[in-house]
Structures are given as structure tokens and as C-alpha cells.
Design a protein around this ligand. Structure first.
Ligand SMILES: [Cu+2]
Length: 367
């Protein structure tokens, strides 16, 4: 009832304002009713163009200052540096060209604004000018595209050189599971049709495949630093996307097929935590979390930096929370961790109803 009353009052107030405006308009004596812009109008618009130019330059500088720190930290994979360099050069060129063209565009709008008696020059074409403004973008864009293609081909070349570690990433609504090939570094055959919940065979491994017996299934990904990793990516249900932002890696997880991505981690989690930009980020985040804690809100425990695997396809209502911690560590730490993990044979193939996989303490993972 109150809502209806408030609405009625608002409508009546709006009608009253409308009526008053009409009365005000009628009471004004129009001295100049012309719809054609005069010199003064044009001048005002010319100045407004300058004001808008200052606004877009200002908001650009403000965004860099305010949000620049939200960009990803230095890449932690071997290919990431080149990827970032390509990105920075592309953005630099775009930024440079847009700053100049916007400046010129608005300046010319102001400089050649309409004036009484001024006539525009009829200028049909100029071959040299057209050649210049065609050839420069052609050269710059061809350079960027060729460089981009070369980089892309290098990054996407998944091969078995240099003895890569083979890891499967398995996406489902709404979590990630990882599987290592075990001692032999070969993944056993798997298929969603072989998923057996009763036996906790959640990834659908083929129990008759000898390669599957020593596979290690985990919910926290450990990678030895400096060793190439070949990821084999599967999805159980819908399209997901395995996204590891700190390693500049992303690949769709497509039901019914195995997609691949390969990279070499070059910075351990510990080394990353020591970097100044990460220390600052952690500090900023924890200040926010402290405020949240004071207000009794969720996500308020102190955060520590971790690499992370996310899903980057909107795959359902808990998509935002589909994540897995990644730990990059020295070879010996990796081996020690791996030695503690149980194999598929130990966890599933027996009839003693062991847990599905190596269970990890799930501490809070956050960005
Ligand atoms: Cu997903």
C-alpha cells in the first residue's frame, strides 16, 4: 500500500513539474527562435569539444593511476615474457595512435568550427595522402599479425621434446581435478562412460589399462619448477576453460575431446611471494579483508599468494568458484610431495572403498 502511495505522489510531482515548465516556457518572450546555429553556438560547441578531450585524456591517466596495479604480475612461465611483450607493444601502439588521433580530431573540430561567411574548401582527393594513411597501418598491422602468428605457433606447439611432465586437467561442474601419469609418466585411458561412483572412479579411468594403475589423482596441482608440463584437458559435462593467468595459459575444456596446452613454470610459488609487486598486492588485499572481518563478512581470512587454475567459461551458477591451487616448487619438494600421494590402484581399484582421491586440506584460495 505504501509503495502505491509513494508511486502516486511521485507521478503527481512529475506532472506538476511538467506543467510548471510549460507555463515557464510560455511566459518567456522569444527573441531568437531560429533553429540554425549561430557563431556563438558554434564557439560553445568548439570549447565543449576541448572539454571532452580533456575528459578522455584525464580518465585515461586516472585509470592507469588507479587501476594499473590490478594487472597481472610478471609472467611465471617460459613463454609468458614474449606473450606479455607482444601485448605491451600492441597496446603501446594503440595507445599512441589513439592519443594523437583523438587530439587532432577534437582540435580540428574546434579550429574549423562554423563561422558566418566561412565556406568549406572542396577538396576531392589526394593520392599521396591516401597512400600514406593506407601504407602505415598496412605495415604496422602486418608486423603485429606476423609477430603474433609466430608467437602463437610457438606457444601452441605441444610436443614431447624435453621429457615433459604429463598432467591431465579434468573439469566438471564445479571443480577441477588433476591427474599425473605416475612413475611411467603415461596417463591411463579414461572415458566418461567408465565413471563409477560406487567405486569412486570419478574420472572414468579404465581399470583394465595397466598405465592407469600408477596414475595419481589430486585436487591440488604441484609442478616442479623448470620442467615443461604438457596438459591434457578434459571436461565431463559442459564447456569449461582451463585458465592459469600467472602462466599466461588458457585452453578450452571440451566434452568428448582432449585439448592440450604446454608451458614451463620458471618461478616457484615461494619466489613469487617474495616479489615486491606480490607483497604489495597481498598487503592491499589483506587490508580489505581486515575491513571485511571487522564487519563480520565472508572472505575475510588473511590471504597468501598462490598460483591458481580457474575456469574461464561461464559454465553454470558456481562457475566463479571453480578453482584449484597450483604450487610450483623445487624438484625435490615436488618429489617428496608426490611420494606421499596414493596411486589410482591404491585408492580405487581395491574393493575396500577407499576415498576417491588424494584429499587435500582445502584452505581458502582467492585472488
Ligand atoms: Cu567451468
Amino acid at each position: 500500500m505504501t509503495t502505491v502511495l509513494i508511486l502516486a505522489v511521485l507521478i503527481l510531482v512529475a506532472i506538476a513539474i511538467w506543467q510548471m515548465t510549460k507555463i515557464f516556457e510560455l511566459s518567456q518572450l522569444r527573441t531568437d527562435s531560429s533553429e540554425i546555429a549561430n557563431d556563438s553556438d558554434n564557439k560553445t560547441n568548439g570549447y565543449l569539444l576541448f572539454a571532452f578531450l580533456i575528459f578522455i585524456y584525464g580518465i585515461t591517466i586516472f585509470s592507469f593511476w588507479k587501476y594499473g596495479k590490478l594487472l597481472l604480475p610478471e609472467a611465471a612461465s617460459a613463454h609468458g615474457g614474449e606473450y606479455d611483450y607482444l601485448m605491451v607493444v600492441s597496446m603501446g601502439i594503440i595507445f599512441f595512435v589513439q592519443t594523437i588521433t583523438q587530439g587532432l580530431l577534437h582540435y580540428f573540430g574546434y579550429r574549423y568550427r562554423g563561422e558566418e561567411g566561412k565556406k568549406a574548401l572542396f577538396y576531392a582527393d589526394n593520392d599521396r595522402l591516401e597512400f600514406i594513411w593506407t601504407i602505415i597501418p598496412v605495415i604496422v598491422l602486418s608486423g603485429l599479425i606476423l609477430w603474433g602468428l609466430y608467437t602463437w605457433t610457438n606457444i601452441m606447439d605441444v610436443n614431447d621434446e624435453d621429457d615433459p611432465l604429463i598432467v591431465e586437467l579434468y573439469g566438471q561442474q564445479f571443480n577441477w581435478t588433476a591427474r599425473y601419469g605416475g612413475e611411467d609418466n603415461v596417463l591411463g585411458q579414461a572415458n566418461v562412460r567408465m565413471i563409477d561412483i560406487d567405486k569412486a572412479n570419478v574420472l572414468g579411468l579404465d581399470e583394465s589399462d595397466t598405465y592407469a594403475a600408477d596414475d595419481v589423482i589430486v585436487r591440488e596441482l604441484h609442478l616442479p619448477v623448470g620442467r615443461k608440463v604438457n596438459f591434457k584437458i578434459r571436461s565431463q559435462d559442459v564447456l569449461h576453460s582451463a585458465y592459469m593467468p600467472h602462466f599466461r595459459a588458457q585452453m578450452n575444456a571440451v566434452p568428448g575431446m582432449i585439448t592440450e596446452f604446454s608451458f614451463t613454470p620458471i618461478t616457484t610459488t615461494e619466489e613469487m611471494r617474495q616479489k615486491q609487486e606480490i607483497i604489495d598486492k597481498v598487503k592491499r588485499t589483506n587490508e580489505i579483508r581486515k575491513e571485511r572481518a571487522a564487519n563480520g563478512e565472508d572472505n575475510s581470512d588473511p590471504w597468501e599468494f598462490d598460483y591458481i587454475l580457474l575456469c574461464n567459461k561461464i559454465c553454470g551458477k558456481s562457475h566463479y568458484n571453480m578453482q584449484m591451487r597450483i604450487i610450483v616448487e623445487p624438484q625435490k619438494d615436488y618429489e617428496a610431495w608426490m611420494a606421499e600421494q596414493k596411486t589410482f590402484k591404491e585408492t580405487v581399484m581395491g574393493d575396500d572403498s577407499q576415498p576417491a582421491m588424494n584429499v587435500v586440506e582445502t584452505a581458502s584460495i582467492g585472488q
